[in-house]
Ligand binder design. Sequence first.
Ligand code: FAD
Ligand code: SIN
Length: 569
Amino acid sequence: MNTREHPRIPDVQDTDVLIIGSGAAGLRAALAAAAVPGIDVTLLTKSVLKESNTRYAQGGIAVAMNVDDTLALHVQDTLVAGAGLCDVSAVETLVAEGIPRVAELIDWGAAFDWEGTLPRFTQEAAHSRRRIVHKGDATGRETTDVLVQQVLNTEGIHVLTNAFALEMLTAENQCYGVLALVEGERVALRAKSTILATGGLGRLYPCTSNPEVATGDGIAAAWRAGCELIDMEFVQFHPTTLFLDGAPHFLISEAVRGEGGKLLTIRGERFMEKYHELGELAPRDVVSRAIHTEMHLTGFPCVYLDITHKPAEFIVERFPTIFETTQRYGLDIRRDIIPVRPGAHFMMGGVRTNTEAETNVRGLYACGEVACTGVHGANRLASNSLLECLVYGSRAGTNAATFAQTETVGFSHVDSHAPDTAPLADDEVEDVTRTMRETLWKNVGIERDAAGLQETVAALQQLARTPRHQEMQDVTTSRRPGETNVTTPEMSAERLANYERTERIANYERYEATNMLDVARCITEAALLRTESRGAHYRSDFPEKDDTTWHRRIILTRDKAPRLIALEG
Ligand code: FAD
Ligand code: SIN
């Protein structure tokens, strides 16, 4: 057991089920856990309650509810996009349980766009049916608002904001909560079961649709605690993020192409037909690579998306957020074509779980983007992620609460797991992060090859060459559960308004940078191992798919050599 002295025993707080992250997965998990009798839930999040990738989701939620749709078709489209690496039973669960989960969201008040007696389903790439429920182009905001309101209205869920999960607390391959920084103070949050719902890692790349919080913290902490990671080479690049001087890499939803948007080169020529029979609605990896190639061929740093042929009123009504945001930067998408280029968007891989959301560490569950059940394979189908959060968030919450009901734990001696690298000094963070991002963008982005990946391994080693730090060490405590309790906030509308007004008060950047370095190493290692091209992983030195060798998935564990597992069929 990895025990060391630590400078001081942190404050200790106890709960039955601890959930880390307040996106759709964490919020849905909290509701499911709190529905189990006698269970006390703590939801911890590093920023304000509503800040997450979820909040920025635009396109919608894929669900087989339309009159001409079936579960089998939705499963089939997901498997095709996943390029042979999906776990079929995880996909079947996603699609089947997606229907009651979305229906329940509507019951709770989600005001999706509606037409007659059905939601107004939209089209997105690689879907054989119109099956995306949405609220204009702000589906994530609506989903977040509804779930947050449900959480605040539910007794037994305690919320801690501005609280950063540093390291998992474990002993003998069982998880007992997390060591966290809560408004700058180190606190051991002990729990009978713990759910990681920390989302994705787009911020590892300089060009990304993801907000600041998406730094892969949960993946890094889980890996350090002995969790298996899987499919880490599969990072999805969304084809169309805004490319304008001074503007953020704001997402221009795939639904714009779903509603007829065309991609053009700087010369005004359409090009997608050259790359795929589905043109602009080809799978995301195909469109991103095509744009990457056209940018290279034209020597121009972006392509353009043209929706100007649609009626002006339709554009404003269907895409109000995109319309308003681009307008702020001087573009009028009713008349102007939109400069776009691919950006890091979604992590298909992550902490390996089964369909019960269990990891290989007892008492530790994972759901949403941080987790990898295998539903996305090598490439996620558009709008399947929010669905995954609802379905597997709910499963994680129920299972973690059931586990907590039967668990009589003594927290007498638990470990936390220090990273291999020191948390960087404040003045190092900017340089290290910038160098890491540029290196990943160049070598571990849309196109990869052995030379670039090896160069990245060396660069990451160099960046991490700081002494093993002594700060986030083991937690040894003799206190028992229940001795100190997590403060229970008043769940009022006023309190919610305060959450919204609160700025991110603590500076977690140096811990995030350390986590990003760990996760970058895992992505690069897996990308180097997979000597083929499949889904979002494209190796220019191995441009073909190789089912003979690579109908397999790569598992990484901190203290073991990488392992390959074969897929059935
Ligand atoms: P998140 O929503 O990212 O939540 C993670 C939470 O964990 C956050 O609250 C974060 O603050 C917290 N957290 C992270 N690290 C720590 C830490 N160390 N300590 C404490 N808390 C922590 N998917 C779709 O299906 N449909 C769409 O239309 C769609 N559009 C998208 C548009 C954009 C711009 C983006 C970025 C993504 C989009 N996606 C879409 C993907 C989808 O939104 C995400 O995959 C999904 O919302 C992830 O949800 P989550 O709950 O797993 O994580
Ligand atoms: C989008 O609106 O294009 C994003 C959809 C997704 O990531 O599923």
